[in-house]
Every structure is written in structure tokens, then in C-alpha cells.
Design a protein around this ligand. Sequence first.
Ligand SMILES: *Cc1c(COP(=O)(O)O)cnc(C)c1O
Length: 465
Amino acid sequence: MNKKSASSKYSELDDVYGSLDLSKRLPKSQFPAEEQDPRNVFNAVRDELMLDGNSRQNLATFCQTWVDDEIRELMDLSIDKNMIDKDEYPQTAELESRCVRMLADLWHSPDPENTLGCSTIGSSEAAMLGGLALKWQWRKKRIAQGLSTDKPNLICGPVQICWHKFARYFDVELREVPLEGDRLILNAEEVLKRADENTIGVVPTLGVTFTCQYEPVKEINDALDKLQLETGLDIPVHVDGASGGFLAPFCAPELEWDFRLPRVKSVNSSGHKFGLAPLGAGWIVWREATDLPEELIFNVNYLGGNMPTFALNFSRPGGQIVAQYYNFLRLGRDGYAKIHNACYTTAQYLAREIEKLGPFEMLFDGNSKEGIPALAWKIKDGAKVSYSLYDIADKLRSRGWQVPAYSMPANREDLIIQRILVRHGVSLDLASLLVDDFKRTLEYFEKHPVSIPLSDEDGVSFNHN
Ligand SMILES: *Cc1c(COP(=O)(O)O)cnc(C)c1O
């Protein structure tokens, strides 16, 4: 029976919201039996999306939320291109190779033309690949020496969750250095305390998730040099440059954190964070081709010849890579520097304005030599306020702003902080509107003191992405 004739009340000329399709609740669990009008379904699905937050006001995420028209068009042109099908789409594959070489150049590889690297879906996958390469290199060396290979460990500071995943999925002990007092990041001394013959590598983060600070890669590199001189242990470094890999080269070019340091064997970075590509772009590059163990490379035989692949995925979209290549050409070093420096200026402005409000102490104020364009603060010790940072987050959310509050990892779980990420598109003017809302929030709590402040346990959700 044609559903249109189910009731003579409805006809094909109906307005979307006057239609039979939208006269009832939409299926939520059962697989639908019948077709529906695409126009009606489209509108219903689009309306559901309204309930998501406004991404431009999401100051929690590190990921891109601003998209140029040209990128939309390139993404559209690439919607049918499967990244893995390098034979069918050789030009997309070529663009990926160019991006790898450009990144190797940007990060000072001694041999950018010939080194290896690849695109990924994000830094998480890139981190897995980097960690696997460290594990394989370590194991090969141990086997050659006739030594045991059953207890690999990896040393890091307060890392993003992808490293916890890597450690668990691939059976590596994670020696995550606990925080202590005012030290909220990794340092060389703590690395040395934990390094031994089973250490597959050290992973400093360039732009720590919690406070946004750069960890001291050079200091760690130099300490490991000294360790090698004294003990013979030769421990490589992988830098998690998820954010910093696309910031430091443009805004702190003198900072030595990359392949200028010989011990740095691989770097991961998120193209979809400060690489300014749309969601779904990550990168890993090895210092030199020999730093990626060949056992991890699969040679896939395509019609056109052998193609080395190293990835956890198979099919995936190619548009992000096309868009990334566009960005590199469109912006160049100057363009990236302009966009990111504008973000740093805005972050520093916000840090000053929020500090001026009184009850807050900045832990990181958006200094471009020390971290990413962001700010993080806590409530001053001894400040007499009724609210917690979670209350502030909750109240700001009523104006659409997402400004997360969260507790720090071990051993500073007692420290609650709040953070703002400034990205492409968070202009100084938009930031000034946020400051106005911040002031109104504090005025509101003056008038209506909080009797039971929100805490960690209230599940004020926050995503460390
Ligand atoms: C965001 C982030 C990751 C994870 O990256 P995705 O691109 O989201 O997979 C890993 N490490 C750090 C330091 C990050 O900031």
C-alpha cells in the first residue's frame, strides 16, 4: 500500500513539517522497514544536529572548527577517493608523499626527500605507529644481543589517552611520570630515574593536553646523551607533537625539539589541529628511512607496482590529505605563522583579562615559546569564592561556550584547572565577548552564591581531544 494513500490528509505537496513522515517520532532502535522522502528525512536529521554544541564556541577542542570555502570544495571533489587505493587514485597518493616530504623538511629531517612517513586519521593512530616502531627497533636490538624481550617500557609525562591505549593494546609498560607540586610536565631528571635496558623510548609531548605547555625535548635529549655515555644505553625519543608540530616551526622556530636533535627518531602531529586540515588528518614522519623497521611495512602489490604501506586502517577518505596539501601551498610558513600568532595574541589577551577578574591564577598564559595558543588557570589558593571551576564551565555553557574544567592526573588530582584553546577563527573580538560573559558569570555567582559547588563527580563532561 502506498503510504501516501494511508491517509488522504497527506500529499506529496506537503510542507516538510506538515508531512506524514514527520507526523510521528522517528525510529531510534528498530531498523526501519520502509522508505521515506529524502527531503523530510534530511530535515529531521539536520534538526537533530542542532542539539550538538556550536563547534566554533567549543573552546575545549584542539581540532579545527573553521573551514575555508576552498577546502569544502576540495573535500567535495574528493568524497569518492579511497586513500588506500593508490593505483586508482595515484595523484592523491602523490599529494600524500609531497606532504610527508614537506613535513620532513619542516621538522628538519637530515634526508627529507627519502625519509618515510604517512598520513593517518589523527595523532592517535600516528602515535600507535610511532610506538610500534620503537618497540620493534628495541626488540631487534635485544634479540641480536641474545637478551630478553618480554618487558618493554615507555617513559612519558602526563600524556594524552592514545599513549595509554598504545601501552595496553601493544603490551608495553607505561612509565608515566607523576606530577609533583608545581611540576606539571615531564623533565629530564624524572626520565633518567626510570630509564633502563627495557626502555623502548621516551615520549615528550609538545603541547601537553592538560596545561598546554611544551615539555623540554632538548633537555631530555641531552640527558639521554649523557646516559648513553655513562651506561651505553641508547634510548630513542618520539615526540608527540599533536599540536606543537604545527606550531613551533612557525611561531618558535629557534626551539629545538625536532629532528635537529639526533635522538628524535619520529614525530606525530595532528593535521586537523594546528595543521588546519579538516577532521581526519594526522601525520607521522621518521627521521630517516632506516628508523622505520622494515618488518612493519607491507608491500601491497597494485596494478601499477609495489606500494609500501604502514597503517592500522585500510580504506579511508582521501580528502583530508588533499586539503592538507592545499593548506601547505595556500599558506606556506608565513601564512601559518600569521594565523597562529593571531591565536597566541588572543590567548594572551584572554589570560590577562581572566586574571584581572581576581580569583584566578594563570598556570599557562599562551606564551608562544612555551606552549600552544591556549591558557589554563586555577582558583587562587585561599580565594573566598562559593563556586568551583565546574560551576563556571556550567554557567558559560548556557551561552554556548564550552570551557572545560577538569582535575589533573596523578599525583595532582587535587588540582582542578580550567582551559581555553584558541584556534583559527577564535578572533580577538569573539574572545572579548567571552570575557563579557565570564564577567556576567561571576556577577551572577556574587548575587546567587553556590551552596553545593559542582565537582569532578558530577560528570560535567569533558573531552581531552
Ligand atoms: C589530540 C592529541 C592526541 C590525539 O590526537 P588525535 O588527532 O585526536 O587522534 C594525542 N596527543 C596529544 C598531545 C594531543 O593533543
